[in-house]
Design a binder for this molecule. Structure first.
Ligand code: SF4
Length: 42
């Protein structure tokens, strides 16, 4: 599997996503849907 890292920032907080670590449990979206919006910004 090719390792991919994506960064998302609002200038104050930066979220770093790494495909090698993501289990796709969707706890991010379920817990904080106003921040994690995979349909708008994968
Ligand atoms: S909380 Fe979200 S980003 Fe983190 S491992 Fe689960 S699905 Fe992936």
């Amino acid at each position: 599997m090719k390792e991919v890292t994506k960064e998302y920032t609002n200038g104050e907080v930066t979220i770093v996503w790494q495909n090698a670590l993501c289990t796709h449990s969707a706890n991010c979206v379920k817990g904080l849907p106003e921040v994690f919006r995979p349909r708008e910004n994968p």
